[in-house]
Each structure stands twice: as C-alpha cells, then as structure tokens.
Design a binder for this molecule. Structure first.
Ligand code: AMP
Length: 403
C-alpha cells in the first residue's frame, strides 16, 4: 500500500508518498506560502525528477492539497497514475493534550478533540486540522490517520509532568508538561534497540533530538518517563530561535521594562531567541559554528550555552532513571555535527560514557548512518540514529487502516 504522509503548517504543506512494500519514499514535496499575500511555491521530487510551480496565489489548504495531488499524478514528473493508488493518509498533529496516547483513525470525534486542543497548540493544531479537512474534501474515500507529537510522552508520571502552580490550573485548563517531537523520540528509542538487537525492556535511554527545535527524553523499558519540552515547545534546551527554560519572572520583567505585552514577549522568546538571539547572526548551527570557530564571542557563548544545557539534561535524566545505558543523538545537529557531540560528551566519562573520537568523526556532515560512537569499553553506549518521523507516521497509518 502507498501511504501519503502530510505535515500541514500554518502556511505550508510538506508531504511524502511512501510505498510500504520496502518502506520506500517515492515522492517528497512542499507547498509554501499558503494564504499569504505573495505568490506561493511548490516543489516535488520523484527520483531525479523535479516538479516545480511558482508565481501562483495559494489561497488555502484545500488548494494546496489539490496542488499536491496534481503533482503526484503528473504524467511526466509524478509518482502515481491515479489518486486511488493512495491507500491512506497519515497526518502529523502537534497537540493531542491528554486525549491521545496513540495514533487514531480520524472521525468527527477525533477532529473535535483536536479542535479542543487548539488552546494548547494555537499555531499548529488549526493548520493540522485544515490539512486533515482539506484531504477529506479532496479524497473523501481515503482513510485519514492522526499521529500526535505529544502521544509518546503520555506515559510520563505525574511527578514529571506537573508544574508547581495551584492544581486548579491543571484541572481547569490542562496546564502541565506534554512534551513534543514524540514521534521522533518513539522512532529513535525503538530503532536503537532493533539496531543493537536487544529488547527495550530494562534499557534506560536518553534521546537527544537536536535540530532547529530540540528536546531530550528519558525512556525506560521503551516508555517515556520525562522530556524537556513542556506545555509548549518553548521549554527545555536553547534552540535555533527559542530561549528554552528560564525563570518565568523574566517574562514580567521584560514586559514591564520594554512596554511589551505577554504575547509579544513570548513571540520574542519563540522566534528571536536561542542561537539567533545570543549569537546574533543565525539560527542555523552551521553558521554559529563557523562564527564561533572564528572566535566570535557571541557565537561561542551561544554554542557553550547549548552544550552546557544538553550536558545538564543528560545528568539530570541519568539521575531520574537511576542510571543510563544509552545516549542517542538524532535530528539535524545530532546526526551531522560530530564536533558538537564531542563537546557534549567531553567530561561525561564520570557517567561511564566514553566517546570514540574516530567513530564519532566518521559519522558526520550528511553521511549520518546508524552507528555506535562510544568506545568498546564504554559502560554507556553512545549512538547516532537518524530520525524518521515520516516512516513512523506511515507505519502507524498502515497498522490502523489494515487492522
Ligand atoms: P532539523 O531541524 O532537524 O532539520 O535540524 C536543523 C539543524 O541541523 C540546523 O541547525 C543545521 O545546522 C543542522 N544541520 C543540518 N544538516 C547538517 C549537516 N549536513 N551538517 C551539519 N549540520 C547540519
């Protein structure tokens, strides 16, 4: 069966068509600038063939979905002859609140529940819902599945997910830690055990998902027990443009001094902070590295803050799990940036984690494959496992529609 994986953002639609026989990606595409005042852009690749459309106004997600299906069925540069070849659609949905601890087939009740979670994911859930409804409209006979970014973290115990504010905010509004990147953490924590040929039972794993957005999770017996993102993806590590954990009083302090609203401060903390806000030049770690290697003080500080933050989380999760058996790096930075992994693991020998410099160096710069990068005598195994959220979404979708 061919499964279409859709990731609808507020102004974009990313997709992959995956043939589940052999789990091969047969098409990859992106429709950008949906609902914007300027013309949009679409690019799809199928093998070496590139399909591109630009200069067209894209009014809404229904139009973007139609463009996606047209490109997929293009006689020369497409991947399928007819829409009926698509067996099901798997949608990435950001926030499932406490309602979803696993993926589900979409029906009216599920859509209502995703709608009810909009206050928790105000930027993403409306877009995710638009993506689902657009697909329902354009391909009404095809089953749709929702895969939630928060679902994997639903196994956290209350002591990990509760915040120390009066409990009524939890009971009335669901204010608690939810965690994100769950599909990635689930894929990597499962895959690393398959790769090593061991059972997840008895394993204490720290997953470091380091990309433009970053989060760590602590996984015991295949289940998440803690993670660094919170009610929203702003919490935890310093990221590309997000500040990560800070004293909440900073919000009030900056708002009062700069005459900003709380929303404006949070917008700044989401979009102008992190590597960009400290380093001053870019949210991309490659640019920060280049500047820091050139002794740019701000870039060096941004990098130091990121490394220090990761080390502190590793230490605290090792304590939380009463030990650690594996530390796994994934996502853009985790998979490709050997120098950053080296910085993170330097001084971590106390934990029983010894990096092999040669193995680490050979797993870098776009060549990332699954590999062990610790020494043979390291008590804690250190690994790189490239993440694959799309395949996880496609597998869940296949499983649900063939049940
Ligand atoms: P992601 O959000 O997972 O796409 O990751 C984006 C981050 O990964 C950026 O900060 C990039 O600097 C980093 N990254 C992506 N590809 C590479 C690469 N080939 N080499 C080094 N860093 C990379």
């Amino acid at each position: 069966m061919k499964i279409l994986v859709v990731n609808a953002g507020s102004s974009s639609l990313k997709y992959q068509l995956i043939d589940m026989e052999g789990e091969k990606v047969i098409a990859k595409g992106l429709v950008e600038r949906i609902g914007m005042p300027q013309p949009g852009h679409q690019k799809q690749t199928v093998g070496g063939k590139v399909y591109e459309v630009s200069g067209v106004m894209i009014e809404n997600h229904v139009q973007a979905t139609e463009m996606m299906l047209k490109a997929l069925q293009d006689p020369e540069k497409g991947a399928i002859r007819s829409m009926v070849e698509i067996g099901a659609v798997g949608h990435r949905v950001l926030h499932g609140g406490t309602k979803f601890s696993e993926s589900v087939i979409v029906n009216d009740k599920v859509k209502d529940a995703i709608r009810e979670c909009i206050p928790l994911g105000p930027l993403h859930n409306p877009a995710n819902l638009m993506g689902i409804e657009a697909c329902e409209k354009v391909m009404p006979e095809t089953p749709q599945v929702a895969v939630f970014d928060t679902a994997f973290h639903q196994t956290m115990p209350p002591k990990a997910y509760m915040y120390g504010v009066p409990k009524k905010y939890f009971t009335q509004y669901g204010v608690r830690k939810y965690g994100f990147h769950g599909t990635s953490h689930r894929y990597v924590s499962k895959r690393v055990c398959e790769f090593l040929g061991i059972s997840p039972m008895g394993q204490r794993i720290i997953i470091c998902h380091l990309g433009n957005g970053s989060s760590l999770s602590a996984v015991v017996d295949g289940k998440c027990v803690d993670t660094s993102m919170g009610l929203t993806p702003l919490d935890g590590l310093l990221m590309g443009t997000r500040c990560g954990t800070l004293d909440p009083a900073v919000v009030q302090f900056i708002a009062n001094n700069e005459n900003m609203t709380v929303d404006e401060v949070l917008n700044m903390m989401n979009k102008q902070s992190g590597l960009l806000g400290i380093g001053g030049k870019s949210n991309d770690m490659r640019d920060v590295d280049a500047a820091a290697d050139n002794y740019d003080g701000d870039a060096m500080l941004a990098r130091d803050m990121l490394v220090y933050g990761i080390q502190k989380y590793i230490g605290s999760y090792a304590a939380a799990m009463h030990g650690v058996d594996m530390i796994v790096f994934t996502a853009g930075i985790g998979e490709n940036n050997a120098a950053l992994r080296e910085r993170v693991m330097t001084g971590m020998e106390w934990l029983g984690a010894k990096l092999s410099h040669a193995r680490n160096a050979s797993c870098a710069d776009g060549k990332a494959t699954e590999c062990v990068i610790s020494t043979d005598d390291s008590k804690v195994k250190i690994l790189v496992i490239p993440t694959n959220e799309e395949i996880m979404i496609a597998r869940d979708t296949l499983e649900l529609v063939t049940k």
